[in-house]
Design a protein around this ligand. Structure first.
Ligand code: CTP
Ligand code: CA
Length: 224
């Protein structure tokens, strides 16, 4: 109901946003995942909604509550995220990939709990599909925003991802050594074709508001 009276720069724009980690099953009780809390993605979902967007949040497992006015779909694995993303972007104008997608999944997860045996064990992993690249391939007209988490050469790696995945914008942050993941503050460097912007250290909700207005600015500029 709030949505209907919510005029803003993104009024009526349908946005699909992914957030949180993915979980890749090893057996029915174990998985491989990462340290993403989902906080930045959830804060961005709320900030885009506040600008008038109609936001669908595709979420990996998190401990966060759903932002008001946002439609949330829960999922676990990268393959489920891909399937839900391709389904959700039909009719959408923007896709934001804030999820920390596991790069690899376990080959043939066991149907029963694996019993311990030898002193060492190995898992064979296979590359997961690249969700954001697949979404871009599906719809060349979507405005696509990616994230990049880097421990070194931030600008270089982020710009390479912008190019390789054919994104419209990428928001990059330093991670590791206590930075960003599972914290309430962060800093972002945002890159697009022909520009960049630094958003200095701030709470994730403040940063999300600044990023959302920059996204809206670039989205509206691309549309005209
Ligand atoms: N991403 C995705 N699907 C994947 C991996 C990443 O959609 N299988 C998306 C992320 O949601 C993010 C962007 O791609 O928006 C960059 O993720 P990142 O992990 O930084 O890049 P990778 O291409 O996986 O490169 P690497 O981890 O090797 O640095
Ligand atoms: Ca990755």
């Amino acid at each position: 109901i709030a949505q209907r009276f919510n005029a803003g720069p993104l009024h009526g724009v349908r946005v699909v946003l992914t957030a949180g980690p993915t979980r890749e099953a090893i057996d029915p009780v174990r998985y491989i995942s990462n340290r993403s809390s989902g906080k930045m993605g959830y804060a961005l979902a709320a900030a885009l909604q506040a600008l008038g967007a109609n936001v669908t949040l595709l979420s990996g497992p998190t401990n966060l509550s759903t932002p008001a006015g946002v439609l949330r779909v829960d999922l676990e694995s990268a393959e489920q995220l891909l399937e839900e993303s391709l389904r959700a972007v039909a009719g959408a104008q923007m896709f934001v990939g804030a999820a920390a997608v596991a790069d690899y999944r376990v080959d043939m997860p066991a149907d029963e709990k694996i019993k311990k045996a030898d002193a060492t064990m190995s898992l064979t992993l296979s590359r997961n599909p690249d969700v954001i690249a697949a979404v871009r391939q599906r719809d060349a007209k979507l405005f696509v925003v990616g994230f990049a988490a880097e421990t070194e050469k931030l600008a270089e790696h982020a710009r390479a991802k912008l190019e390789r995945k054919k994104l419209d914008m990428i928001a990059a942050n330093w991670v590791g050594h206590g930075r960003a993941f599972d914290r309430d503050d962060n800093a972002l460097s945002i890159f697009w074709n022909g520009g960049e912007r630094e958003l200095p250290q701030a709470s994730k909700s403040e940063l999300a508001r600044q990023l959302a207005s920059l996204i809206a600015e670039r989205f509206l500029a691309a549309r005209n």
